[in-house]
Design a protein around this ligand. Structure first.
Ligand code: FO1
Length: 316
């Protein structure tokens, strides 16, 4: 069994590749919920939805978030009422948030709701939230500390970043299905998807039980670099690195995860960095990591699994 840790778009793509190779019993996808927030009275879980829509084949490929064939009558009507319109909720997408919010208010856990929504959309593989508790990614910037969606959508990632924190992570526990996957005797590798390390993966790693389970693992932990040729395919990862005083590169991804990793997959564009990363004590595999098609996703997923299977777990 493979455990994948995923955030938004890049995570969803590799997860989709893994789904095409592994049976529903053979994969658990644990998804960041640090991006979750309350908006217009609704509980929005952007990363869970990105992965869910992608695996259901319903995602919008152009925008990278939300549903394909979307309409925006709700937003138009809200604008006419001079309501809050900085965060766009498509008419079809709205149904997900309304249904999730209704079920949460009725006392169901986010885990249970996610399983139900995925089942209703015909997804057989397990998408599990990292936690059922509230964890909120906060972005520390030169303009103050800002909740993630305000920073990302309302302020378009413009404020200069100086750090990140995860409010609520101290007391949050991983969900039962995530915990079971971490402890499973059938677990054969853990894959960190090519998601933003600071705001998609670190919230997951900030849960003490997750960090402890990774520390004590007996299976390889492999990451795929989201930085290719000094930039991110999508999103602010490279901008964040530059603002944190780091060179945006696959080598900086290697030092970010550091010796927690047993291996790193980097893009062929960055092949020249492999010796530098290997010299940091991290076995490195060079592959085509840009996923433009479903075949690219599947090929990369297969390469990651083969690479992971070839690795020894570092002795702690
Ligand atoms: N991202 C935007 O840049 N603008 C939006 O208006 C927006 C709306 C939105 C609605 C639902 C949803 O599930 C995601 C949405 N996103 C939007 C994406 C989201 O804010 C980020 O992509 C993730 O949180 C980062 O992984």
């Amino acid at each position: 069994m493979i455990l994948a840790l995923a955030g938004g778009v890049g995570g969803a793509k590799l997860a989709h590749g893994l789904v095409r190779i592994l049976s529903p019993d053979g994969l658990v996808i644990a998804v960041n919920t640090g991006d979750d927030f309350e908006h217009l009275g609704l509980h929005i879980s952007p990363d869970l939805d990105s992965v869910m829509y992608k695996l259901a084949g319903l995602n919008d490929t152009e925008r990278g978030w939300g549903l394909a064939d979307e309409s925006w009558h709700f937003m138009e009507a809200l604008a006419r009422l001079e309501g809050e319109t900085w965060f766009n909720l498509g008419d079809r997408d709205l149904a997900t948030h309304v249904e999730r919010t209704r079920r949460l208010a009725a006392g169901e856990t986010l885990s249970h709701i996610t399983a139900a929504l995925c089942g209703a959309l015909g997804i057989e593989h397990r998408i599990v939230p990292m936690t059922d508790s509230a964890v909120h990614t906060m972005v520390t910037t030169e303009a103050g500390t800002i909740p993630f969606q305000d920073y990302f959508v309302r302020l378009r990632c413009e404020p200069v970043v100086t750090g990140f924190s995860f409010a609520g992570a101290e007391s949050a526990r991983p969900t039962p299905a995530f915990t079971a996957a971490l402890k499973s005797a059938d677990l054969s590798a853990i894959v960190i998807c090519p998601s933003n390390p600071y705001v998609s993966i670190d919230p997951i790693l900030s849960l003490a039980d997750v960090a402890a389970a990774l520390e004590g693992r007996r299976v390889p932990l492999v990451a795929v670099s989201p930085i290719i040729g000094g930039g991110a395919i999508k999103g602010p990862a490279a901008k964040m690195m530059a603002e944190l005083g780091l060179q945006p590169s696959a080598a900086s991804i290697a030092s970010h995860y550091g010796r927690r990793l047993d291996g790193l997959v980097i893009d062929q564009t960055d092949g020249a960095l492999a010796p530098k990363i290997e010299a940091m004590g991290i076995p490195t595999h060079v592959a085509q990591t840009i996923m433009k098609s479903a075949d690219d996703e599947r090929t990369l997923a297969q390469e990651v699994l083969t690479f992971a299977a070839s690795l020894n777990v570092r002795s702690k």
